[in-house]
Design a protein around this ligand. Structure first.
Ligand SMILES: Cc1ncc(COP(=O)(O)O)c(C=O)c1O
Length: 418
């Protein structure tokens, strides 16, 4: 049994934060989303594929800031481009800078659905804007959704503080359930503005799902037959699954799509892209504006990130390493004798434990992730991980070994407690 981590500084800062900030920090970073008492709460620094907490513990970082880190932390070339922009030009002005056009041209060149684009800051900005544009274009109100699309009123999962009228036109279906989507179209004939769906299914704490043959194509057909807009939420899959997004990988071009997270390797930017006639709603009919949306630093970071992704075959390398890692981990999981699965490979690996009626999985899960964090592997028990370019083959082989050891230890710990 490995030892409990030293977490004195984390504990002190967390106690202080709880007096200053409700919950100590924003939602998903809170300790209950990890294994409370076992995981750090504060990081100090990061570099490449690693992070260090405020007690000096070092981890291989497979959460990658929940997706933005695609190359690695503190990439010198990207930071240098950003610093040059700060020093030589500035980034916060009353008009836009030329880099806006350069980035837009790049997205148009790379993303199949991109005839025009616009830049915002967060994934939630982009998904909300997509639904507003679709509603403006179709002059219909209802939205069919599938997946996590952020914290705004129309889609937030925790409904406190949100009047029902703000989401009552939003209907849900399950990923890969084409019939479910068709039933909603039939029930609400002529009322659907758009379907918004993540091209890869990644529901919280559940296995990651790849699209069944015909699912994404079927959604597009349904939308086109019913005068609705198909929106791909590529906030997680964009600039990770392929340089043109999951839409390129799976060969289905939506009418609109949104990108964020990995687009600028950690700098805050997102984009709505799509068909010209739909995007042109933003010229007169549909409003979007925010003080910081046109700032150029993240645009510079995005351009440099994309340049590196293309130049160094980053995504192909991640895919290849991710597949090899998956091959190893799948064998380990099969051999361990615990009902568990690895899904999401090669891009978003996630080890989940099968839900049994006795709910043993609720004990095995924290036991396993406790063992992993004690061995310096940073993953989140309820969320898939991500592989970054700076995770070397050696890092991934080591992680596979740590997974094997942690599964064995978790098995022993849980069996002795039953
Ligand atoms: C698929 C998807 N869409 C939208 C969002 C919201 O993005 P943000 O947290 O940047 O607002 C997320 C965030 O995790 C996401 O995973």
């Amino acid at each position: 049994m490995t030892e409990h981590l030293r977490l004195e500084n984390t504990s002190r800062l967390y106690a202080e934060a709880q007096e200053l900030i409700p919950g100590g920090m924003n939602g998903i970073r809170r300790p209950y989303n990890f294994v409370p008492g076992e995981y750090p709460v504060f990081f100090d620094k990061a570099r490449g594929g690693k992070v260090w907490d405020v007690d000096g513990n070092e981890y291989l970082d497979f959460l990658c800031a929940y997706g933005p880190i695609i190359i690695g932390h503190r990439e010198k070339e990207i930071d240098k481009a950003v610093i040059e922009q700060i020093k030589e030009k500035g980034f916060c002005m009353s008009l836009v800078q030329e880099v806006q056009n350069t980035l837009a041209k790049k997205l148009k060149e790379l993303i199949p659905s991109c005839e025009m684009c616009t830049f915002v800051k967060t994934g939630s900005d982009a998904t909300t804007l997509a639904t507003r544009v679709a509603r403006g274009f179709t002059e219909k109100a209802k939205i069919i959704r599938c997946g996590y699309h952020g914290w705004h009123d129309w889609c937030v999962e925790v409904k406190g503080g949100v009047p029902p009228k703000l989401y009552e036109d939003v209907l849900e279906f399950h990923y890969n359930d084409l019939q479910g989507a068709e039933d909603l179209f039939n029930k609400h004939k002529g009322e659907i503005a758009c379907v918004i769906v993540t091209p890869i299914g990644h529901p919280l704490a559940h296995e990651v799902e790849m699209p069944k043959p015909g699912f994404l194509e079927g959604l597009k057909k349904l939308c086109e037959a019913n005068g609705a807009v198909l929106v791909f939420d590529e906030i997680r899959s964009g600039f990770r699954v392929s340089i043109g997004g999951a839409q390129k990988e799976f060969g289905v071009t939506p009418h609109l799509s949104v990108f964020g997270k990995a687009m600028a390797n950690g700098y805050e930017i997102s984009a709505l892209v799509g068909r010209k006639d739909i995007m042109q709603m933003l010229e007169k009919k549909v409003f979007v504006s925010s003080t910081f949306f046109p700032n150029s630093l993240a645009q510079v970071a995005a351009l440099k990130t994309i340049e590196i992704l293309q130049r160094d075959n980053v995504l192909e390398t991640i895919k290849e390493r991710g597949n090899k890692f998956a091959g190893k981990v799948e064998k380990i999981v099969r051999k361990c004798g615990i009902p568990a699965k690895l899904t999401g490979s090669p891009w978003m690996p996630f080890i989940t434990f099968d839900r049994d009626p006795q709910e043993h999985y609720k004990k095995i899960r924290p036991a396993f992730y406790t063992q992993l964090i004690r061995r310096g592997i940073f993953l989140q028990p309820f969320h898939h991980g991500y592989i970054a370019y700076r995770h070397s083959t050696k890092d991934l082989n080591h992680t596979a070994e740590m997974i094997a050891e942690s599964l064995e230890e978790a098995k022993k710990a849980v069996h002795s407690s039953l």
